[in-house]
Design a protein around this ligand. Structure first.
Ligand code: FDA
Length: 394
């Protein structure tokens, strides 16, 4: 039976990086994936340009039942360390917005970089490989693969979450945790568009494709200021994706469609300058015309001139545009979600090494555990940081 110092299951972001670092430190490492090629999510990420980290990475950008868990790894392998590695591989990048770093050229460069780092560490990579069983032995673990059995002292689970089954996502990591008696917290889709109830969805259909700057707030007070996109299924865009991770079924969200305008002041000024101007044309100066027309058809905007607009109508208008309360029907689910919230309970793991406290030699890294970042490169940074912390212990 072939023997390894470490076997890593999942050749995604975390698995490849961990394998490379452990291999370069001198270990005999096997990296296993059930897919045809490594890093499938990386290739799809950031619209094909991979938003590989965020300049403003900090623990506050992560959701977890234990918000302190991510601190150690993020502090020991930072966004600057990864940017340094990207630079050493000659990959050109740019900041798009809000500290989000993307490849100038293609996400393939990040996969190529990780493959090159694995080769440098002489990592053995087995693709299209299923793990049919894991057994604990005196030496560590024996894995039954399709075709052979392999042995290892240390086993790292880097099989990711449930988002996008089309890209190879499976509940494998949760099953392994359960096999070894580790708690797995309930999972749900995160960074995912909202769907809307039928009547509202039908009313807003005409807005499909309209994007507006917004501030969107969850019932727990968390809010994001980014663009909101109306779609034929509901609401999307970065503001909505971010908020979806903080939303629970049944809750309302409130949307400010004019976060940069003091609407009261704006209307009063316009009324003084152009009293006979229609309210609709006035609002079309600060909002997309299609949105204004749709709201007028829904009787949310009165069909009046500015001099006809009375005080009550003006306050109702402010409420409609700056505190629009929407109750999503649900989310689009794992099919389109970028991440999975929940997963292996971090209380079961060492925040320094990612090793299971109850099962020496067993490690979990990346998205499989209950650490989920905001949109904007934070999830890849968690994959790099947790993988690096783990690799130091292999
Ligand atoms: P990841 O999912 O990358 O890898 C898991 C690997 O395990 C896969 O290769 C899979 O095939 C393998 N696997 C699963 N089950 C297995 C089994 N039973 N046996 C063997 N192998 C198995 N984040 C970000 O920071 N910036 C971005 O731009 C994006 N963009 C983005 C776009 C899209 C479309 C998605 C779906 C997600 C993103 N993300 C993102 C999130 C990011 O991709 C995600 O958080 C990381 O890939 C997680 O890295 P992991 O290595 O933990 O899992």
């Amino acid at each position: 039976m072939e023997k390894f110092d470490a076997i890593i299951i999942g050749a995604g972001a975390a698995g490849m990086f961990c394998a490379a670092m452990a291999g370069q430190a001198g270990g005999r490492v096997l990296l296993i994936d059930n897919g045809k090629k490594p890093g499938r999510k990386i290739l799809m990420s950031g619209g094909g340009r991979c938003n590989f980290t965020n300049l403003y990475t900090e623990p506050a950008a992560y959701l977890s039942q234990n918000p302190h868990f991510c601190k150690s790894a993020l502090a020991r392998y930072t966004q600057w360390d990864f940017i340094d590695m990207v630079g050493k591989h000659g990959i050109a990048w740019h900041e798009k917005t809000l500290g989000q770093l993307f490849c100038d050229d293609s996400a393939q460069q990040i996969v190529d970089m990780l493959v090159a780092e694995c080769e440098k560490g002489q990592v053995a990579m087995r693709l299209r490989s299923e793990v049919l069983g894991i057994e604990r032995t005196e030496e560590g673990f024996t894995l039954k693969l399709n075709g052979e059995d392999v042995q290892t002292g240390k086993l790292v689970i880097a099989s990711g979450g449930l988002s996008m089954p089309g890209l190879g996502a499976t509940p494998f990591g949760y099953r392994v945790a359960e096999q070894f008696g580790l708690k797995v917290l309930p999972t749900r889709a995160g960074l995912v568009p909202f769907t809307l109830h039928k009547p509202l969805l039908e009313q807003l259909q005409v807005l499909s494709g309209v994007s507006v700057p917004s501030v969107i707030t969850a019932e727990n007070g968390v809010s994001f200021r980014e663009n909101l996109l109306f779609t034929h299924r509901g609401l999307s865009g970065p503001a909505v994706l971010q908020l979806s991770s903080y939303w629970q079924p049944g809750e309302f969200v409130s949307v400010n469609l004019l976060p940069d305008t003091d609407l009261d002041v704006f209307i009063n000024e316009q009324r003084t300058a152009h009293p006979n101007q229609s309210l609709k044309n006035t609002l079309a100066m600060v909002l997309p015309k299609r949105l204004v027309e749709c709201l007028q058809q829904l009787a949310q905007i009165p069909d009046v001139t500015l001099k006809q607009l009375n005080g009550r109508q003006q306050s109702e208008l402010l409420e409609t545009l700056q505190n629009w309360r929407v109750q999503p029907n649900g989310t689009e689910g794992y099919r389109t979600a970028e991440v999975t919230l929940g997963g292996v309970d971090t209380n079961e793991l060492s925040s320094r090494t990612m090793e299971a406290k109850k099962v020496p030699g067993l490690y979990f890294i990346g998205e499989v555990m209950d650490v989920t970042g905001w949109l904007g490169g934070y999830n890849f940074q968690w994959a790099w940081s947790s993988a690096w912390a783990c690799a130091q212990a292999l």
